[in-house]
Design a protein around this ligand. Structure first.
Ligand code: FES
Length: 156
């Protein structure tokens, strides 16, 4: 692992652990705050949390991988969330997904080698009226077609 690119945030993590150490059942809150430091929870961070809380690393890892809000691998600068709910599916989300996969060379759950884009599925974004839809970070895009999605990706 390239530690130089993702330094272990020992001091920030210590502050978080100090804050919650005396509160049993605060593992989720610790993981949430720890993830905010680097955008994901590295193996080293999970080990430190387990050590400090005196609980098995397997338990910490199990919780971190159970909840979809936690990431255990680095995510890209831009996270593309493509809606996989029925209205988007019916209106061509699969074609849009195929275009994204081909354009970026990644599948859902993966990040481009340059760290620029990650691709994820999401459930309904509340944009069914303009299905198929996706988000890139906090921007929303609807009425997607293969051409349109290529244009959008190239604009980032
Ligand atoms: S189903 Fe895709 S935005 Fe609602």
């Amino acid at each position: 692992m390239a530690k130089a690119n993702c330094p272990l945030p020992t001091s920030n993590l210590s502050e978080i652990l100090d804050k919650y150490k005396q509160s049993p059942g605060s593992l989720l809150e610790i993981l949430r705050e720890a993830q905010a430091i680097n955008g994901y929870l590295s193996r080293e961070v999970l080990q430190l949390i387990a050590e400090e809380l005196g609980i098995p690393e397997s338990k910490v890892y199990g919780v971190a991988t159970f909840y979809s809000l936690f990431k255990t691998t680095p995510t890209g600068q831009y996270i593309i969330r493509i809606c996989e709910s029925a209205p988007c599916h019916i209106r061509g989300a699969q074609d849009v997904l195929a275009t994204i996969e081909k354009t970026l060379g990644i599948k859902p759950g993966e990040t481009t080698p340059d760290g620029k884009f990650s691709l994820e599925f999401t459930s309904c974004l509340g944009l069914c009226g303009v299905a198929p839809a996706m988000m890139i970070n906090d921007q929303v895009f609807g009425n997607l077609t293969g051409d349109r999605v290529r244009e959008i990706i190239n604009s980032f």
